[in-house]
Design a protein around this ligand. Structure first.
Ligand SMILES: [Zn+2]
Length: 335
């Protein structure tokens, strides 16, 4: 990606500065040698389950959640809306250029609330369940920018074939489970609204199939037995929110149904951060982080799977058939 950008920017001094900056960025993350062979996808992790995924020609985004609202004990804090200045600041820092599509893994606020704003700002198609489409409509996104998908469907964006599989949400406790699981958003959702107005809709596992390798996004630490049978992934962005709090048997079943079932040899945790810290601040590990990472480290060692955390906001070339320079080894003390 960066190489083609640099070669096209040589005519002006501004272009040369940008090209030089790009090269410095690549040198800083150790990606130069890997970029020349271009055997992978460039992934920029954005906290929670949000990421930019690019092959240098086509840029895709997942969720695009930047508001990171703080929901506290007071009822006033339960009423939420997209933090548009925060979204704009994040997009300005990322400069993703045109984004072909934003994929929403399910319709809870920490996945779906900001996605229509991101779609509006970047020209992306908003892709998700019928509930996600109603989040888009509530924010005035035109119908031509909405694409409702069902499990089993696939869509083409450039060299990406994007597959949607039905999945299952993490087992929330009560009263959240009753309010936010197994239900849908059936009319346009106009914020501000209570956080639990963002119903689950369909929870997806999304496979980004690409000639340079297959990347699976599995955003929530739940599973449907057999749902990913026959799906081949080289790497998985694995939702670990709450994983450390599950009984051991459930943790093992989750790992078996997602990581082992797809044959993924690289595992990058997502949704491991406290989701109420501002996007502009460093990510903070959630309360179960150490337990979740300890479990994954043990399982990965047994099954020959690489485990690393992706740095927030920095493009990393994932070499899907080998090591991924720029990714950081997991350290519970300095994630
Ligand atoms: Zn959720």
């Amino acid at each position: 990606m960066a190489g083609s950008q640099a070669s096209g920017l040589g005519e002006t001094s501004a272009g040369r500065r940008r090209a030089a900056f790009t090269l410095v960025s690549l040198l800083a993350c150790g990606c130069v040698a890997a970029a020349e062979s271009a055997t992978g996808l460039v992934v920029t992790f954005l906290g929670t389950t949000s990421a930019l995924i690019s092959d240098g020609e086509t840029t895709l985004m997942t969720d695009g959640y930047f508001s990171r609202v703080a929901i506290g004990k007071t009822p006033e804090s339960w009423v939420i809306r997209p933090d548009v200045p925060a979204i704009d600041a994040a997009l300005k820092s990322l400069t993703p250029g045109p984004v072909a599509a934003v994929f929403v893994v399910h319709s809870h606020f920490d996945h779906a609330m900001d996605a229509p704003v991101v779609a509006e700002r970047t020209g992306a198609l908003l892709v998700g369940s019928a509930s996600t489409a109603n989040v888009g409509r509530g924010l005035g996104l035109p119908e031509k920018q909405l694409r409702v998908v069902s499990p089993g469907e696939q869509l083409q964006f450039g060299k990406f074939t994007v597959h949607f599989y039905r999945s299952k949400h993490y087992p929330l406790g009560e009263p959240l489970a009753t309010a936010m699981l197994g239900n849908t958003i059936d009319t346009p959702l106009v914020p501000p609204v209570r956080f639990d107005a963002y119903k689950e809709g369909t929870t997806f596992s999304i496979l980004f199939e690409h000639p340079s390798g297959n990347l699976l996004l599995h955003g929530s630490a739940g599973y449907l037995p057999g749902a990913l049978a026959g799906v081949k992934a080289d790497a998985v962005l694995l939702g670990t929110g709450g994983l450390g709090d599950l009984p051991r048997a459930e943790q093992e079943a989750y790992y078996r149904e997602v990581v082992l079932a797809t044959g993924a040899k690289q595992l990058f945790p997502v949704h491991w951060d406290v989701m109420s810290t501002p996007y502009s601040a460093p990510l903070v590990p959630d309360s179960d982080f150490q337990r979740a990472m300890g479990f994954l480290a043990e399982m990965n060692a047994a099954h020959g799977v690489q485990l690393a955390l992706l740095p927030k906001g920095e493009p990393v070339l994932l070499e899907l058939d080998g090591r991924s320079p720029g990714a950081m080894p997991v350290s519970p003390h300095q994630p």
